[in-house]
Design a protein around this ligand. Structure first.
Ligand code: SF4
Ligand code: SF4
Length: 349
């Protein structure tokens, strides 16, 4: 007869999850130690990580929790539209956490319902997680955490993680045959444009392009690191793209719902000209790290991209942005006009 753990895992496989493991909640204790270690290694990261304390001590939030069900679902199967390739990080392009049109989102809901029907009390947080998910996945045997801090399975690092805490004592380890990082490899660290990733298994999150172009970096025109962002507009995949363990792992065979239609609207020029209504309706619900009021931040990110990848065709767009009613867009555009000596700048900062 199947155990309840096996039933959950079987259901997860039927729904298309790549891996499903279950660990006792006590195995999350090691995460708290790693967390402290990280903050000690990079003291400047402490304020950032302290904001994630709820993931370190899940029992404070869910005192009834006895186990964690953790799963991966691969997104390397999706086609990346040319317009956004290298500019918007892949995890955000194929974000299934809030996109109700995706089968992955629906599967998440179906698995939760199934566990409830089995009599379990369960809780998840689709957007931000209920536990440190990479740690939980490693404890559950799903994969390994590499020197660039990402969890890798046989699909490389191109996997989304999902987790539930449950009120039942359960354990079911997954298996993986993911090899360790090759001895002496440091390609991820060498590739990091901001040196946010300067040592194995650690980083300074507030210097990461992904942070600075999404929910951080509110004063990009004064941020010296912004000149190193290269082709990145929103998020960064550089340390994953550089990793030899990701070679050949991106399949790019399937269309992601709605992305081929949306991608032409996400060119640098079109983002800079984007109307608020369009942003609120079509863009923000997908890229939820920026709020419905923060189209300006996308525009600042694009201006930064235009400065870093300057072409003559950007000139009039940058000059026009000097008169934008939003102060941050104005500041960024003026700073670029000054720096690149573009004619027609209107205001000095
Ligand atoms: S995501 Fe980009 S900026 Fe962040 S650590 Fe990796 S390479 Fe560095
Ligand atoms: S680039 Fe090398 S060191 Fe970095 S995660 Fe990949 S295999 Fe490991």
């Amino acid at each position: 007869m199947e155990t309840i753990e096996q039933m959950i895992q079987k259901k997860a496989y039927e729904l298309g999850y790549e891996k499903c493991g279950i660990i006792p909640i006590s195995l999350m204790k090691g995460y708290a130690e790693k967390f402290e270690e990280r903050m000690q290694k990079v003291p400047e990261s402490r304020p950032f990580y302290q904001g994630l304390q709820r993931l370190v001590n899940p029992l404070e939030v869910y005192p009834w929790a006895k186990s964690v069900v953790v799963l991966t679902v691969s997104y390397g199967k999706y086609k990346i539209p040319e317009e956004v390739k290298g500019h918007i990080a892949k995890a955000y392009l194929f974000d299934v956490r809030v996109d109700t049109n995706t089968k992955e989102y629906q599967n998440n809901r179906a698995l939760e319902k199934y566990m409830q029907e089995l009599g379990l009390k369960v809780e998840t947080n689709q957007k931000f997680g209920v536990v440190g998910m990479r740690w939980a996945a490693m404890q559950a045997g799903i994969g390994i955490i590499r020197r660039n801090n990402f969890l890798y399975t046989e699909s490389g690092s191109w996997v989304h993680l999902e987790a539930w805490v449950t009120d039942r004592e359960m354990e079911l380890k997954e298996t993986n045959n993911v090899p360790q990082c090759p001895k002496g490899c440091n390609r991820c660290m060498a590739s990091c444009p901001t040196k946010s990733l300067s040592d194995p298994y650690t980083m300074l999150p507030t210097a990461c392009v992904s942070f600075l172009t999404t929910f951080g970096g509110r004063n990009l025109h004064q941020e010296p690191l912004s000149k190193t962002f290269g082709g990145c507009i929103y998020g960064c995949d550089i340390c994953q793209d550089a990793c030899p363990m990701n070679r050949g792992k991106w399949k790019g065979e399937e269309e992601f719902p709605g992305l081929a239609e949306l991608a032409p609207e996400l060119t640098p020029e079109n983002i800079l000209n984007m109307e608020e209504d369009f942003y609120r309706e079509k863009v923000q619900p997908k890229f939820f790290y920026l709020s419905p009021e923060e189209l300006w931040k996308w525009k600042v990110d694009v201006l930064n991209y235009m400065r870093n990848n300057y072409m003559e065709s950007y000139k009039s767009l940058i000059i026009n942005a000097c008169n934008n009613e939003n102060e941050k867009i104005c500041e960024m555009a003026n700073s670029i006009c000054n720096e690149l000596c573009l004619q027609g700048r209107q205001n000095s900062i």
